[in-house]
Design a protein around this ligand. Structure first.
Ligand SMILES: Nc1nc2c(c(=O)[nH]1)N[C@H]1C(S)=C(S)[C@@H](COP(=O)(O)O)O[C@H]1N2
Ligand SMILES: [Mo]
Length: 211
């Protein structure tokens, strides 16, 4: 049996792995809106808030966050600007493991991920719980570079890149869907790259709350 490492096999696999309208890019160039924040450990915390099971919020200092269990996860990264970066190795706390220690109330349907400076992105709780979703501290075996989200970022490989919030500071549990930063500014509420859900004008009834 072939181990699938021949060049031909590899090309085939990648062609299938590339969502429509995307081109491969090996270099992972940083892309974001606004400045790169400076990490100050004494001022940093991470919170899980909103409709938690206890209705109280959970808070971790950087040191406490570092004691949560971590996992390695390799995934492809798809930016709405039509490029995809294959085989990115992330390390961090899987969203499912976070939710285990900070459970949502039973009526929670969506989460809002919050970054520094109020950047935000919404996603269904079900998607947040996919096993490849991580709150990443490392990329390619190294701590995140500042421009890639140091010290912590969300990675949601199955949605377009803007949902992968860099400089992550909080996760909010919600009982209804609400638009995040780009979802309020013309980008698709769902953002599934396999369905090419790029812009909000493509949304159909049921895809999200009114823009
Ligand atoms: N806080 C924050 N996170 C963000 C963004 C941003 O502007 N601010 N841009 C998003 C977009 S559009 C993409 S494609 C990815 C890019 O991640 P990278 O810079 O690590 O390649 O970050 C996402 N996360
Ligand atoms: Mo993006």
């Amino acid at each position: 049996m072939s181990d699938g490492t021949g060049d031909g096999d590899r090309e085939d696999t990648r062609a299938v792995r590339l969502p429509p309208g995307q081109a491969l890019r090996s270099e992972h160039r940083a892309l974001h809106y606004g400045p790169v924040p400076t990490f100050r450990e004494h001022r940093w915390d991470f919170r899980v808030m909103g409709v938690t099971e206890t209705l109280g919020s959970h808070r971790w200092t950087w040191e406490e966050f570092g004691r949560l269990p971590t996992t390695d996860s390799v995934s492809d990264f798809h930016c709405v600007m039509r490029f995809s970066v294959p085989d990115v190795r992330w390390r961090g706390v899987r969203a499912v493991d976070l939710v285990r220690v900070a459970p949502p109330g039973p009526e929670v349907t969506h989460v809002m991920a919050w970054g520094e400076y109020g950047y935000s992105a919404n996603l269904p709780l079900e998607t947040f719980l996919d096993e490849d979703v991580v709150l990443a501290t490392h990329r390619g075996g190294e701590p995140l570079a500042p421009e890639h989200g140091f010290p912590l970022r969300l990675v949601v490989p199955r949605l377009y890149g803007w949902k992968s919030v860099k400089w992550l500071r909080a996760v909010e549990y919600m009982t209804a869907d609400r638009r995040g930063f780009w979802e309020e500014r013309g980008y698709h509420n769902r953002a599934d790259p396999w369905r090419e859900q790029r812009f909000s004008y493509q949304e159909e009834p049921g895809h999200g709350p009114p823009p």
